[in-house]
Design a protein around this ligand. Structure first.
Ligand SMILES: [Zn+2]
Length: 45
């Protein structure tokens, strides 16, 4: 049996589709965080 588990928060989903949709949220959050930290770094210099 296949387990569709999110590798970010370890939440388990019944279908791959649900998991993919969920992971999208994490990856967009990560992207935003990266952008924000880059902006902060720029300010420091
Ligand atoms: Zn997750």
């Amino acid at each position: 049996m296949e387990i569709n588990q999110c590798y970010y928060c370890e939440q388990i989903f019944e279908t791959k589709e649900n998991l993919y949709e969920h992971v999208e949220v994490h990856s967009s959050l990560e992207r935003n965080r990266e952008l924000n930290s880059r902006k902060k770094n720029k300010k420091q210099f």
